[in-house]
Design a binder for this molecule. Structure first.
Ligand SMILES: *Cc1c(COP(=O)(O)O)cnc(C)c1O
Length: 396
């Protein structure tokens, strides 16, 4: 690194990272089916994707994408506000609004960009972003991008949040929470938050990346599941890359809120509109997610089976009723060891370590998909039983 960047000793930094058990790298997976794939020449049953409804490889969705690509090509060619806006984008925005019971929605390229853009559009330097301590990184980064003061409240603690809001000087503020917490699988107390925010003149924003498609009768998410509408949750964001099985994201709310975001959200304005065939694919995905309720019912069966089996084994489960069922293991080395032992048995669950989760809370983030069978859950439980010496603290 002659001259430039002499302060960045990459090899030393990487070596330290490895020594701490925190080194990460992408590992190639060749899909063999909705929940199976080859990795390093070994067949793995996958329990760590976010493809909750098993739609990522659905041939109907692929077909919709291919058809749209044949008709209109792949690229949008520019931003939505220049010449990038197409029929499929507008139809998807309308269908998402109908699905989520919101006045209007706005597409973003990714959930990360949606959160950055939305929070930055709503908050100015000196405003307040009140966020659950376990919110997704993109929600914290949105507050940083806006230059707002980030105030984290203890996980799901609405009393603590109420006190913080009471003591806060008068200013503009957002209360921001995940709907389903991405690494823990529990849900936010949305009814309490929706009751609290207006009294403190705060706007409630819910990121339902892991609830959309999964919770609620038609899969409209955590808000619908808890019986809350646009009045109570004025700002909803979500990704299309998880349960819906495609890619991209949206913000949803009132007509004027969305119109405001179109004027102000920099990650919407200054970026190329997503490929129209992607929007066409997502339209098909939304239709399937809404109508095929058996996928949600099957997920509930798998989750119940796993939790019952885990209890018998004495696994360190967390209080979650969603397809995210983490096993808390503590030290990163421990999470890596269990993950490795499972991989040797053909079960793929990646270890989640800091900075994705707090220090001392490394875990295996087990997730279920509607494409899993009950026999798959039993195979996972069997592999966990065989590796008990690695995860059971009493045995160490
Ligand atoms: C995954 C995730 C995001 C990011 O969405 P992408 O579309 O993957 O960028 C945002 N928020 C939460 C809570 C997430 O889990």
């Amino acid at each position: 690194m002659a001259g430039v960047g002499a302060d960045w000793n990459f090899p030393a930094w990487l070596a330290e990272r490895r020594a701490a058990g925190l080194y990460r790298q992408p590992r190639r997976l060749e899909p063999l089916g909705p929940v199976e794939g080859m990795q390093n020449g070994k067949r793995q049953l996958v329990f760590c994707s976010n493809d909750y409804l098993g739609l990522a490889r659905d041939p109907r969705i692929a077909e919709a994408m291919i058809r749209a690509a044949r008709e209109g090509g792949v690229g949008s060619g520019s931003a939505h506000l220049i010449t990038g806006q197409r029929r499929h984008h507008e139809a998807l925005e309308e269908e998402l609004a109908d699905f989520l019971q919101r006045d209007r929605t706005l597409l973003f390229s990714t959930g990360y960009m949606a959160n950055m853009g939305v929070i930055d559009a709503l908050l100015e330097p000196g405003d307040g972003a009140f966020e659950d301590r376990l919110n997704h990184a993109s929600l914290l980064d949105g507050a940083h991008m806006a230059g707002a003061q980030l105030r984290k409240y203890p996980h799901r603690d609405t009393d603590a949040l109420g006190r913080m809001l009471s003591e806060d000087p008068p200013r503009r503020r957002l209360v921001i929470t995940d709907g389903v917490f991405s690494m823990d699988g529990d849900t936010a107390p949305l009814t309490a938050l929706a009751g609290l925010a207006p009294g403190h003149e705060a706007l409630l924003m819910v990121d339902d990346a892991h609830g959309i498609g999964v919770l609620g009768d038609e899969g409209a998410g955590t808000c619908a599941h808890q019986g809350l509408d646009q009045q109570q949750v004025p700002l909803l964001v979500g990704t299309l890359g998880k349960a819906l099985g495609t890619f991209g994201a949206f913000a949803a709310g009132s007509e004027s809120l969305i119109d405001y975001l179109i004027q102000r959200a920099r990650t919407y304005i200054f970026t190329t509109a997503p490929p129209p065939p992607l929007a066409a694919a997502t339209r098909q995905a939304v239709a399937i997610a809404r109508s095929e309720s058996w996928r949600r019912a099957h997920l509930r069966v798998l989750i119940a089976r796993f939790r019952q089996g885990s209890e018998q084994l004495g696994l360190p489960l967390m209080p979650s009723e969603t397809p995210i069922q983490p096993l808390m293991l503590g030290a990163p080395e421990r999470a890596l060891a269990v993950s490795q032992a499972l991989r040797e048995r053909g079960i793929l669950v990646t270890a989640i370590r800091p900075p994705t989760v707090p220090v001392g809370q490394s875990r295996l983030r087990i997730t279920f998909s509607a494409a899993h069978s009950e026999a798959h859950v039993d195979r996972l439980l069997q592999a966990l039983a065989e590796t008990e010496h690695l995860w059971n603290a009493r045995e160490q």
